[in-house]
Design a protein around this ligand. Structure first.
Ligand SMILES: NC(=O)c1ccc[n+]([C@@H]2O[C@H](COP(=O)([O-])OP(=O)(O)OC[C@H]3O[C@@H](n4cnc5c(N)ncnc54)[C@H](OP(=O)(O)O)[C@@H]3O)[C@@H](O)[C@H]2O)c1
Length: 321
């Protein structure tokens, strides 16, 4: 599989492409355009989640590619994630099966626990449950070790080839490694030039867990803009290297992470960007360029993802940030 895209070997024995298409906030036709464009130009990793609400749209695209004989299931690497309202041992099968039904697949290549804290939804569609005050309805009984047993059962049942975690802090990760019969194959966390997660990457390295970088372009849509920290795609240093190389700033940012051994999943719903973001294998940053880009790291100080859109989540005992 994935002959043309470089990949990393997971502890499960599977090969995971080192670049994939991110799909959060890409709904309906946007998701279809993005995934179609991605498959056209050679991406073989698709990153989705139950909470992105685009698995059915992605499933439609996959169905067309399979029906036309352009790709076989084994050519692709599909990642999905357990929603926070499913963070219970007994609920893992149900939510993975729902994702599989929408994707039109019998297995995912990688299934992740999307985030360590659990929520209580009114029903399976209530992915962001709120009380009258707008606070997130938290499940204070969340048991990470139990959820992991539920995840392992998915491998046993053949519904997931590999399993992993996302947004876990190092203590939570250690707990899973300690009790797990199957080790997490991958941890998906926020990583970009401002937030290189050196400590977390070292912990993952120690345990043979690969790391997938979300927000690899620094999530420019968040418009976190200060004089000291402009959006990474506009940063003067990145722009300087990009212009010297005849590359885009996004290509420089992605290449920087790839050369640090990370898997990257940039999101775009614009065909031209989807194509360009994939063109990162025809050049190599020099040691000097890598060192310059490394100076942008403010580990911890420019963290953008704290789940603050889930009001009151920080009261959960497993809140990871
Ligand atoms: N596990 C988790 O909790 C978690 C959290 C966040 C994200 N993720 C995953 O990681 C993926 C990537 O994260 P993200 O989408 O939030 O951030 P990102 O990939 O860093 O940035 C995506 C944003 O950058 C824009 N963009 C794309 N290519 C560009 C380019 N070449 N030049 C300038 N702007 C460009 C996109 O806009 P257009 O679409 O308009 O091009 C989009 O708004 C997600 O899609 C999702 O699959 C996972």
């Amino acid at each position: 599989m994935t002959h043309e895209v470089p990949s990393v070997r997971l502890s499960s024995g599977q090969d995971m492409p080192i670049i994939g298409i991110g799909t959060s906030r890409a709904l309906g036709d946007d998701a279809k355009v993005a995934v179609n464009a991605a498959l056209e130009c050679g991406y073989r990793l698709i990153d989705t989640s139950y909470i992105y609400q685009n698995e059915a749209a992605i499933g439609e695209v996959l169905k067309e590619w399979f029906a036309g004989g352009r790709l076989k299931r084994e050519d692709l690497f599909i990642t999905s994630k357990l929603p926070m309202i499913g963070n219970r041992e007994k609920d893992v099968s149900k939510f993975l099966q729902k994702s599989l039904n929408m994707l039109g697949l019998t297995y995912v290549d990688l299934y992740l626990i999307h985030c360590p804290g659990g929520f209580i939804g009114k029903d399976d569609n209530d992915i962001k449950p709120k009380d009258e005050e707008g606070n997130t309805v938290l499940d204070f009984e969340t048991n990470l070790e139990g959820i992991w047993r539920g995840m392992e059962a998915q491998v046993d049942a053949g519904r997931a080839k590999s399993i992993g975690i996302s947004n876990f802090n190092s203590k939570q990760l250690d707990r899973i490694v300690k009790v797990g019969r199957i080790k997490p194959a991958n941890q998906q966390v926020e990583v970009h030039a401002y937030h290189m997660q050196r400590d977390m990457r070292a912990v993952c390295d120690k345990h043979g867990i690969t790391v997938c970088a979300f927000y690899p372009l620094g999530a420019p849509y968040l418009e976190i803009r200060t004089e000291e920290h402009p959006p990474l795609v506009e940063h003067p240093l990145v722009a300087k290297i990009a212009s010297q190389r005849g590359k885009t700033t996004a290509q420089i940012l992605l290449r920087h992470l790839i050369q640090h051994g990370l898997i990257v999943i940039p999101k775009s719903v614009r065909v031209e960007r989807v194509k360009k973001n994939f063109q990162v294998f025809d050049f190599e940053l020099s040691a000097e360029e890598m060192a310059q880009l490394d100076t942008l790291n403010r580990d911890g100080a420019v963290r953008m993802f704290t789940c603050d859109f889930y009001k009151g989540f920080e009261r959960h005992p497993e809140y990871p940030f």
